[in-house]
Design a binder for this molecule. Structure first.
Ligand SMILES: NC(=O)c1ccc[n+]([C@@H]2O[C@H](COP(=O)([O-])OP(=O)(O)OC[C@H]3O[C@@H](n4cnc5c(N)ncnc54)[C@H](O)[C@@H]3O)[C@@H](O)[C@H]2O)c1
Length: 387
């Protein structure tokens, strides 16, 4: 069976690898020609995912997707400058499909978007141009980069089509590499569930970050409070304080839900407040550090861990970058240290060291010794200042 995947980023390449390993004939289409050139020589840009050696062709020629039985959309769904859904990548993917897939195919959307995207945007846009009546299904991707326990095969996958036939075909495809399929009654339920999962994380992270600020004001150790609360065996789920949220999903997806809410006249106040609290964390940390050392003007501050979460090199929406800006605004000279990111400095003597993200490869003993004032945002360095 020929399967084409539109977008060969984190999601598209991971899916291509799973499908090619099972013997599907996989076409990985991407508009980024440099990316295609590196995939062509077997160079993967996704940590932990190898470029398939057989049953796979990376291409920037859209004509190659013709004849596919399944076409999967895995393109970015970021926010625009007004923090509203940026749908241009999805719309471009629709044009590519409409103009190039001449046979009847099953079109699946894996990109994260608001309820109604499959029905009102994707299927309508494709059907306007296409001469075919395709089948349509939504199956929002849940992959968690760097997670060694939950992967594409054991993470339950939501699936729903616009018709029963589409649902059945999509379910048959995913069940070939995913052991736990959950079919829901409409694509809108699948789309909303995906957004709510990430909104749940965003709101809870914001709430615990607020608690970190309150606890500091009350001179109580927030981590001890959380450990104590977590002894309750029911009705409580522990989240940890941090520098904020980053990556492609948690800071972005909830705004898709608030956009959908706004369209039906409902204010998503939780989401807006959570965004505000999380985005404020880097300057909260910068100010706490500045107060701890009597101001940062002219001081050398080492920030360790630049990516948005431990053990990945992804810098997208990373709160560490906001922390660096906030420290510089306060007059600090910032040294950036991240063993996973090329071109950053090593650990060196300075006035302040801040552990922003705790990669396993960061030498915490050296970090502890490199400055008289050390601040830990991660809860992994006992005995120093921190959240
Ligand atoms: N990265 C994650 O951890 C993750 C997890 C779950 C869901 N998602 C969602 O999956 C979707 C894809 O995310 P990603 O992380 O893979 O993005 P990405 O930026 O890593 O990759 C997207 C790829 O799509 C390509 N592209 C853009 N427009 C295109 C077009 N018109 N035709 C063909 N290719 C095009 C880009 O060149 C890029 O290589 C997003 O909606 C995202 O929210 C991502």
């Amino acid at each position: 069976m020929k399967v084409s995947i539109i977008g060969q980023g984190y999601v598209g390449l991971s899916l291509a690898a799973s499908a090619a390993a099972l013997g599907y004939e996989v076409i990985g289409f991407d508009v980024n020609k440099e990316l295609i050139a590196s995939l062509d020589v077997g160079m993967s840009h996704v940590e932990g995912v190898d470029v398939p050696k057989s049953n796979y062709k990376a291409t920037s020629n859209p004509a190659e997707i013709n004849g596919s039985e399944i076409v999967i959309i895995a393109v970015p769904t970021p926010l625009d400058v007004e923090r509203k859904p940026e749908l241009k990548y999805i719309l471009a993917a629709c044009i590519t499909i409409a103009e190039n897939v001449k046979n009847k195919a099953l079109i699946i959307n894996e990109s994260t978007s608001f309820p109604g995207t499959l029905r009102d945007l994707i299927s309508k846009n494709i059907e306007e141009t296409s001469k075919q009546n395709h089948l349509y299904a939504a199956s929002p991707e849940r992959v968690d980069p760097g997670n060694l326990i939950w992967n594409q095969s054991n993470t339950p996958r939501l699936v729903s089509g616009l018709t029963d036939e589409a649902t059945k075909k999509a379910a048959a495809f995913y069940s070939s590499f995913c052991t736990n399929l959950v079919t829901v009654s409409s694509p809108e339920v699948a789309e909303a569930a995906k957004l709510f999962e990430n909104t749940f994380r965003q709101v809870n992270i914001a709430m615990v970050n607020e608690l970190a600020q309150i606890s500091h004001g009350l001179d109580i150790d927030v981590r001890e409070v959380l450990d104590a609360a977590a002894t309750k065996p029911f009705g409580f789920m522990k989240f940890n304080p941090s520098l904020g949220v980053g990556g492609h999903c948690i800071p972005v997806d909830p705004s898709y839900l608030s956009f959908a809410a706004e369209n039906v006249g409902i204010e998503a106040s939780f989401i807006d407040l959570a965004n505000e609290i999380n985005l404020e964390m880097p300057s909260y940390v910068a100010n706490r550090v500045a107060n701890g050392v009597g101001g940062l003007k002219g001081k050398k501050v080492l920030v360790a861990g630049l990516s948005y979460k431990p053990n990945v090199s992804d810098l997208r929406e990373s709160p560490s970058l906001l922390l660096i800006d906030a420290l510089e605004v306060l007059g600090a000279e910032v040294i950036k240290h991240d063993p996973l990111i090329a071109g950053t400095s090593g650990i060196e003597d300075c006035d302040v060291a801040i552990l922003a993200v705790a990669h396993d490869v960061i030498d915490k003993e050296a970090l502890k010794k490199c400055a008289p004032y050390v601040f830990d945002c991660t809860g992994t360095m006992p005995g120093v200042h921190g959240l």
